[in-house]
Design a binder for this molecule. Structure first.
Ligand SMILES: [Ca+2]
Ligand SMILES: [Ca+2]
Length: 139
């Protein structure tokens, strides 16, 4: 347990850092013309602009979404039902997230291996064709 906690903590820090960075990136975007993604998210009357009201509504929706996620997290992990996530419960969340991440990593590695295997196959076929052609030419 002692060896596992610092890693989880490190990942938590990394995750929140990534969140901050992506949050900043989105804020930066808002200053320029709205991106398609932003419009899809916020432009509810489809006039190609995001009004203050639409932005507020979007923010409220995002907040509601976060709240729903928090509630789901509580429902799943709040073992002593005190409405809060304590250290032990947080550790479980992190462990689950870590497992999820490892599974994702494994999936990516498997996909990469598959791609590489395909590439090797193509190379082999290419080499075979070349060899056959060479044989023909030498005849
Ligand atoms: Ca609009
Ligand atoms: Ca709790």
């Amino acid at each position: 347990m002692k060896t596992k906690l610092p890693l989880s903590f490190c990942m938590l820090t990394l995750a929140s850092l990534a969140f901050v960075v992506s949050g900043r990136a989105e804020e930066g975007k808002a200053d320029k013309a709205p991106s398609k993604e932003m419009l899809k998210k916020y432009d509810s009357n489809n006039d190609g602009m995001i009004s203050a009201e639409e932005k507020e509504a979007g923010k409220a929706a995002a907040k509601a979404e976060r709240e729903v996620r928090r509630q789901a997290e509580l429902e799943k992990y709040d073992e002593n039902k005190d409405g809060k996530i304590n250290k032990n419960e947080r550790a479980k969340i992190m462990a689950d997230k870590e497992a999820e991440m490892q599974a994702h990593k494994a999936e990516m590695a498997a996909k990469k291996a598959e791609r590489e295997a395909k590439k090797a196959e193509m190379e082999a076929k290419k080499a075979e064709r070349k060899a056959m052609k060479g044989e023909k030419d030498s005849k």
